[in-house]
Unconditional design. Structure first.
Length: 288
């Protein structure tokens, strides 16, 4: 298993927007690698929204400092394809859907020097918006998933299906998305937090979809009780702060002989401590 972590979007912004020009994406990646990571996930979201001039700066880093890390430190990369900021893969408006796919094409091109091992895809857009306000009629879901299918038909023209990982999401059961995996021959990105937010069991997900896993998103989930009656779950927390048993999850993955990247998506605190916790859990599972 690879010990991975996402470089937070705000860190990318600081690297490219800093007035002194001394900060870089590669410097932040190197800090995480020194803590034990050997896989870095790039937020396509952050790169996609950069102004044109700064986007060219990312191209320079991808072909420069980040590529050096890949060659000198045996670091692998993945790309979390953008799913916010205006992209929409399930809208019925053809021009918006097609333009959204072209955004992914551009991100893929920018990251190509790094030869990413996986690309994570959210089936997001209008379907998610409609379901979040309670419109969950099965015919509606199927209609908008048909637009997701059309988007994926275009995406697999420039991203190999075996590198594309469809992520499980909190707003929809993965049994609804799995036909896309089967149709296009993609892999799955299992997001631990999203499983918990749906009140489902991680072990059941691994048992059912284990052979299709190409990547894992790891983060902790905390529970807050409000007014002694309402429990709210918060994901993307640092490991060790909530209800996720990291050793148990790594054990499940090892039992499935999963050897891909386990990527930390920790957004609320510096991920350094989580990198170390994940590294220790993997080493324990390997008996080192």
């Amino acid at each position: 298993m690879r010990i991975g972590t996402m470089v937070e979007p705000k860190k990318i912004a600081r690297a490219f927007l800093s007035a002194d020009g001394e900060r870089s994406f590669a410097d932040e990646a190197r800090r995480l690698i020194d803590a034990g990571a050997n896989h870095i996930e790039i937020s396509g979201e952050a790169v996609a929204v950069l102004p044109d001039g700064l986007r060219e700066k990312f191209r320079e880093e991808a072909a420069g400092g980040l590529l050096e890390l890949r060659e000198e430190r045996d670091v692998t990369f993945s790309v979390h394809l953008p799913f916010m900021g205006g992209v929409n893969f399930t809208t019925s408006i053809d021009s918006i859907r097609h333009a959204s796919v072209e955004v992914l094409r551009d991100i893929t091109d920018q990251c190509s020097p790094l030869d990413p091992v996986t690309y994570v895809f959210h089936v997001s857009g209008l379907l998610e918006d409609l379901m979040s306000v309670g419109l969950r009629d099965r015919l509606v879901i199927q209609a908008y998933l048909a637009y997701a299918t059309e988007s994926l038909e275009r995406i697999v023209e420039f991203i190999p299906a075996e590198k594309l990982c469809i992520e499980n999401l909190e707003y929809i059961g993965f049994e609804e998305l799995f036909p896309l995996v089967e149709k296009f021959g993609t892999r799955i990105c299992m997001d631990i937090g999203h499983i918990k937010l749906r009140q489902e069991e991680i072990g059941e997900f691994v048992q059912r979809y284990g052979p299709y896993l190409g990547q894992v998103h790891m983060h902790d989930v905390t529970c807050q009780l409000f007014d002694k009656r309402v429990t709210v779950m918060n994901d993307h927390q640092g490991l060790g702060s909530g209800i996720i048993d990291v050793d148990a999850v790594i054990g499940m993955l090892r039992a499935e002989r999963f050897d891909g990247p386990v990527v930390l998506e920790v957004h609320t605190v510096d991920p350094i401590d989580s990198v170390r916790i994940l590294k220790q859990a993997i080493e324990r599972a390997q008996g080192r």
